[in-house]
Design a protein around this ligand. Structure first.
Ligand code: FES
Length: 112
């Protein structure tokens, strides 16, 4: 895990959020008032699946093999509900997760 806060850019929306130490990507988004559609939040359903466009994330607490395969991880896919940023990064949400609900306006998040 990174020893400093990470900056995460979210596609769609171009929101930029700060992830605190030990905070998952999804938790950081939600703390900033950005709530993509998600399901179990435990790495089991794959509803939050996203592409890591740039930067590096890790899944320190495992995701279910049915939700995220080793091949997907190798291809730069992550589960934001389990992923922790190791660097500043850009995440592109997939499928249903692209439907983002936001507080009005998002708390401290910055649209690009
Ligand atoms: S919300 Fe279920 S795997 Fe992320």
């Amino acid at each position: 895990m990174r020893d400093a806060m990470s900056i995460i850019e979210i596609d769609p929306g171009g929101f930029v959020v700060e992830a605190e130490l030990g905070e998952t990507v999804l938790a950081a988004m939600r703390r900033h008032g950005i709530a993509p559609r998600s399901g179990c939040r435990r790495g089991g359903c794959s509803l939050c699946k996203a592409d890591v466009v740039s930067g590096t994330v890790t899944h320190e607490v495992g995701a279910a093999a049915t939700a995220l395969t080793a091949e997907e991880v190798a291809d730069g896919v992550c589960l934001p509900c389990r992923a922790h940023a190791l660097t500043d990064c850009k995440i592109r949400l997939r499928g249903p997760a692209r439907r983002i609900f936001t507080a009005t306006p998002p708390r401290t998040a910055t649209p690009a």
